[in-house]
Ligand binder design. Structure first.
Ligand SMILES: Nc1ncnc2c1ncn2[C@@H]1O[C@H](COP(=O)(O)OP(=O)(O)OP(=O)(O)O)[C@@H](O)[C@H]1O
Ligand SMILES: Nc1ncnc2c1ncn2[C@@H]1O[C@H](COP(=O)(O)OP(=O)(O)OP(=O)(O)O)[C@@H](O)[C@H]1O
Ligand SMILES: [Mg+2]
Ligand SMILES: [Mg+2]
Lengths: 220, 220
């Protein structure tokens, strides 16, 4: 379902190229649960942004569900992303002026879902991550781990085929982190959702079927 | 050096009071290294914000270096905070339009330190956390763990007597996290800096002299 061929990414700063990813080859079949590990700065978030159609590689090809995505228009990429991918960002990116109930309903609004159904499903998803009493809080009225869980709820609400989770338990105690891993495992088992988790935590990585290591922008 | 007596904190939302901290009693002598652990939402960041003079408790007293801080003016609190406390925030709070070299020099500028010395010391501190080649990057040109390390460098640069670190290794792989713990241990041993670390990671907590557990806003 996901295939990267010779993906490379570099930035240019002060005229010098900074290589971040080099010749990444990677493929996953539907329903796989993969962990990506690597030291700080090794390229994990950059890889996730390319997988999530939020960034373009400098070279190489990316096939999502058999479709080469770099040749699509920006609108087609955005539509494909909304339908197929749920992204839990390392920095959460919740909208500060909306309550988390509104934040979590947003992906369904973009699909034209009616307000009542969207709100109901957002409420259910927030309950699943343990945030039921806090649905009317804005992000700055929540703890770090509560914000992270709201970001997870938002990523899951559209029933995506692929979940990209960038350090989804980084701000969580081990008990709450396990709640999230159980939720991912359930989606993986029942609905064959493909899950890619970036993590620094070996206990989280061990719960995946495969672990991929990234070192200096290459798959080790 | 730090004493909290009967500290309580609540918020009011939609007319209802939400109790976050209740009757916290806590004291530390200079040079202690303490870990604070507790589930997501238990009140750790709220406690740290009160300790860091960034927030006022709803009731109770806080003595820092023998001085009761709630009775000081806002200017006096700000001055005391700049002199005494180095805070590593859970959400980093780096200024987005400055390079990390500029971000880390900022506390020294506020003290009237000259630009050359401030820049030199910022460069040294950034080298200590492994960010030497990246000093001219802005925060959005860095990985999550690199931003966290820049925030740590900024907290340490003013030689504070008290370091408050809210999940300082949350975005770091274990090797880089240990680099940071070694740095804290060195400050603790050589300069008697008092260190309070909020963490979800038992391996980090075990490296402290004492572990305090918070549950539902109370010390367990
Ligand atoms: N402005 C606010 N208004 C209402 N409730 C708030 C506000 N800020 C925080 N809270 C609530 O206070 C509680 C404690 O928050 P705090 O950030 O101290 O938790 P924490 O222990 O740091 O959690 P984490 O481990 O997830 O970072 C949470 O339940 C949160 O929802
Ligand atoms: N806009 C940019 N310009 C220049 N360099 C960048 C930019 N964005 C990221 N980088 C660099 O790319 C490298 C990889 O960053 P990335 O965010 O992918 O790391 P990561 O593996 O997710 O790290 P972490 O575990 O700390 O989150 C880093 O060294 C970073 O400094
Ligand atoms: Mg990252
Ligand atoms: Mg917190």
């Amino acid at each position: 379902i996901v295939e990267l061929r010779q993906i490379s990414k570099h930035y240019v700063m002060a005229g010098n190229p900074i290589k971040v990813l080099e010749n990444i080859n990677f493929h996953l079949v539907a329903g796989e649960r993969v962990a990506i590990m690597g030291t700080s700065g090794s390229g994990k978030t950059t890889l996730m942004n390319i997988l999530g159609l939020l960034d373009h590689p400098s070279s190489g090809q990316y096939f999502l569900n058999g479709q080469e995505v770099n040749s699509l228009t920006e609108d087609e990429r955005a539509a494909l992303r909304n339908r197929t991918i749920g992204f839990v960002f390392q920095a959460f990116f919740l909208l500060p002026r909306l309550t988390i109930l509104q934040n979590v309903s947003l992906p369904l609004h973009y699909r034209g879902c009616d307000k009542i159904t969207a709100t109901e499903r957002a409420q259910q998803m927030l309950a699943k991550v343990g945030l039921a009493p806090l649905i009317h809080h804005k992000p700055n009225q929540l703890s770090g781990g509560q914000q992270q869980r709201a970001a997870i709820a938002r990523a899951l609400i559209g029933n995506p085929a692929v979940i990209l989770a960038d350090e989804p338990t980084g701000a969580l105690d081990s008990q709450t982190g396990q709640l999230i891993m159980d939720l991912f495992a359930e989606l993986n088992a029942k609905e064959k959702v493909t899950i890619i988790i970036v993590t620094h935590d070996p206990k989280i990585a061990e719960q995946c079927q495969r672990i991929v290591h990234i070192r200096d922008g290459k798959i080790a």
